[in-house]
Write a protein that binds this ligand. Structure first.
Ligand SMILES: [Zn+2]
Length: 143
């Protein structure tokens, strides 16, 4: 039931903030995950974050699986979709980089997931599918 149509409409029109899209031949403008390697706050914090990432709503599916930029063998874990929580959008394989390569995501996103109590909001489904890469691209040289 829509109790606040105006708010819902604004969210539909809002663009999703993209993160975790890595450099490839087709998209050389994106950062390399090696620039994001760091130390997680704790194993528990990383686990909550990877669970959050894994439970986003599938948005776009691509032909075939993504590949690991660190050269791991192709695996279904890398995924073939983008996932969203209604505010952010990321590739399905992003959690692999956290678990296997100690990639640390921007604090802005971690705070957001924490603010959702590490649970994807129900309202996230079916909202915007327009990507905004400006925040993600701004991290390219100073990550
Ligand atoms: Zn890998």
């Amino acid at each position: 039931m829509l109790t606040n149509w105006q708010e819902l409409r604004e969210r539909i029109l809002m663009r999703l903030s993209a993160l975790g899209f890595w450099v490839s031949q087709a998209e050389p403008q994106f950062p390399h995950p090696r620039d994001f390697v760091g130390v997680h706050e704790s194993g528990h914090a990383m686990e909550r974050l990877t669970t959050y990432l894994g439970s986003g709503y599938p948005l776009t599916s691509y032909m075939g699986f993504s590949f690991c930029r660190f050269g791991c063998l192709a695996s279904p874990e890398m995924g073939s979709s983008d996932l969203t929580d209604g505010i952010w959008v990321w590739p399905e394989g992003l959690s692999h980089y956290l678990k296997a390569h100690n990639v640390v995501l921007p604090g802005k996103f971690i705070q957001h997931a924490k603010g959702n109590f590490w649970t994807i909001p129900e309202i996230a489904e079916g909202l915007s599918n327009d990507y905004d890469f400006s925040f993600w691209l701004s991290l390219r040289h100073n990550a």
